[in-house]
Design a protein around this ligand. Sequence first.
Ligand SMILES: Nc1nc2c(c(=O)[nH]1)N[C@H]1C(S)=C(S)[C@@H](COP(=O)(O)O)O[C@H]1N2
Ligand SMILES: [Mo]
Length: 219
Amino acid sequence: MESPRSDETGRRVGRRVFLSVLGAGVVTTLFGHDIAQTISGLANSGGFALGGFEIYTVTGSIPAIKTTTYRLKIDGRVAQPVELSYGDLRSMVQRDVTFTFTCVTGWTVPNTRWRGVRLADLIDQVRPHPEVHGLEFYSADGVYTDSLSLEEARQSNVLLAMDLDGKPISADHGAPVRLLVPSMYGYKSVKWLDRISFVPQQVPGYWEQRGYPVNATIS
Ligand SMILES: Nc1nc2c(c(=O)[nH]1)N[C@H]1C(S)=C(S)[C@@H](COP(=O)(O)O)O[C@H]1N2
Ligand SMILES: [Mo]
């Protein structure tokens, strides 16, 4: 469903795949993520519907990550590299951000309310070296990545989100921690976030290597 092309053919194919997995999405809620893995594997681009969202996973599976063993690695060109547990992140100041979630393929979910740690607070804590201009974000799925410029990453509404609409985010949405960049298309919002690396220059992410713009600002 994620394709840089938006011609009629691409859209029709996208819709057919979407409808064929709708029913299975409901089954997922009842019986857990093994079914989600199978379904998104079949759908190939990994989309099924959940509360207005389409759930994407480029690997075809939904990682199950325990909050008790979760670690977020922050490394690269910084004065203070750290590894943070879920508890560490929860003990930091929690911020709320409400916005319309927008995928570049055309679907939106209005008024999504997210809560978590402001990325700018973590940047202050690790103190990037002067040559840093980019941040790389890695998913625990082992495949998905994206990036921001240091300036974009400091925007006050950029979160490491742990709650959606007052509840811990589900595995489908990237639990226990996902990146959220409200001013940009959804592909910037890396799910199952487990590493942030500070680098001299921004590196194109998964979808950007496949044709989407590195600056994903919604105009
Ligand atoms: N790890 C990972 N993160 C990801 C993706 C993905 O496939 N894998 N898809 C991206 C895209 S294109 C969008 S639109 C959003 C969708 O978020 P959702 O699956 O919670 O609806 O997640 C983004 N983050
Ligand atoms: Mo997307």
